[in-house]
Design a protein around this ligand. Structure first.
Ligand code: SF4
Length: 150
């Protein structure tokens, strides 16, 4: 639930080798937190950040400059949960995952939609447990599962 005058949105370090954040990104986030505040790490590989509503634009601009990806919280398509691309960027189709994320993440939908991408059939990104799941298999990108609301 949003507190009075506060806006909640989700951030992560974008799609890469693992769901990582660097020191610059952590410092940018902590700059807007009080000492007793907490960050929520969601199952979507996102952190929920809460800031004053009047500062939201400024904060998103600052976060974007340090490479954080910002998404709305609530009834939107979530950013792709991905695997760690352990066999490499091209082999596991990271450009496809980035493009898919660019196209669907943050779109308003009637209910929250979870999306996942995984670079091989081992399925570390758990596409079968998501509303939209893509699992790369050699040179193909079969959709493993799609939610009836999508
Ligand atoms: S799904 Fe496949 S490519 Fe991705 S991290 Fe797991 S084993 Fe590696």
């Amino acid at each position: 639930m949003e507190k009075q005058g506060k806006m909640k949105f989700a951030v992560n370090g974008g799609i890469g080798f693992g769901a990582k954040l660097n020191a610059k990104q952590l410092m940018a986030i902590s700059k807007y937190m009080e000492e007793d505040e907490e960050l929520e790490l969601t199952t979507f590989q996102q952190l929920y950040v809460e800031v004053s509503a009047d500062k939201q634009e400024e904060v998103i601009e600052e976060f974007t400059k340090v490479g954080l990806a910002c998404y709305p919280g609530g009834n939107y398509v979530k950013s792709l949960r991905t695997c760690n691309f352990c066999e490499g960027e091209e082999a596991e189709g990271m450009p496809v995952a980035k493009e898919l994320n660019r196209r669907i993440a943050g779109k308003p939908v009637p209910v929250t939609l979870k999306a996942a991408y995984t670079g091989c059939a081992v399925g570390c990104g758990e596409p079968m447990l998501s509303d939209i799941g893509v699992m790369k298999n050699r040179d193909r990108f079969p959709v493993a599962h799609i939610c009836p609301y999508a």
